[in-house]
Design a protein around this ligand. Sequence first.
Ligand SMILES: O=C(O)[C@H]1NCC[C@@H]1O
Length: 363
Amino acid sequence: MTASTNAFDPIAFAVPREGAPGFPSTPFWVPTHDYHTAGEPFRIVPPVDGAIPAPTPGLTVRARRDIVAAPTHPVNTLRIALCQEPRGHADMYGGLITAPNDAGAHFGVLFFHKDGFSTACGHGTIALGFWAVERGIVPAPGDGTVDVRIDVPSGRVTARVTMSAGKAVSADFVNVPSYALATDLPVTLPDGRELRADIAWGGAAYAYVHAPDVGLAVEPRNHDAFVRLGREVKAAVGDRGRWDGYELYGVSFVDALEGGEGVRERNVVVYGDGNVDRSPTGSSTAARVALLVAKGQLAVGSGSLENQSIIATRFIGVADATAPSPTAFPAVIPRVTGTAALVGECRWYIDPQDETFPGFTFR
Ligand SMILES: O=C(O)[C@H]1NCC[C@@H]1O
């Protein structure tokens, strides 16, 4: 197998170009650094030469996202090749490192999953904090904290990495302003069942449903049922879940946990088209914090949300500050704490002549 590592530079493609070349017709290799955050995969595609690209004046990460999301765009084809089978699976997730909006951030990222490019990703931000200090992209002290500033489609976020004895041990995802969009919306499932949903924004819009209302415990054995219900709730919420030009991204099925300090919940988020988050979902935890503040169950600067995932990993969410709100509900700056870990370094061979190219999934 002979193929150049540098045959395809996806970052160079994430700019508007007249007559831009399409996807390469010959095979090439793509290196990735693969992490998990609370069990959720995060496949990082670093720049081909290792150096963070310089900003393109006037071109934001949000604009780059909208460019590469076009169905025939070569970076969209690369997303499918890296995310779907045979190199990934229906619940794979990752991020392609790109230029920041300006010199105020260390780098930008285009988040991707099996269905497209998302606007927000808390678990990915936490993984990127670990990646940036472990790769020396952002210098870190042996002990203490360091802020990794990252431009994402929803705005500028921070991964505040805590270091101990030279190792990254946890990271805070400090999000864009987050706020409730609606509470107690009636939702009718295809079988006629009536539910109530709250909607909130944490860089992406989420609907929150009580898991007991659909008769399911938030446990791995129920994941297929949650996939079906997630799709049904998303369709039933419809345009009522649209915000900032984007459709409802995910549905969180929430169960209250007994005892302990503060608010304790276990949830599973079904995002995109039926994708199951193994982590508690960072951006949804952030939106949930804002929702709990709106409902008087958390306060800015006091109290916390312990948010567990379907596999019982956890994030801790707090509201650090208030922010101007574009809705009738209060806006807050949420901070969500979790941990990530390297699981491998890969070198993927992409052959456009392969019979399964660019990829496939069963759902
Ligand atoms: O943690 C998060 O915010 C992301 N995890 C998968 C779905 C979301 O984008």
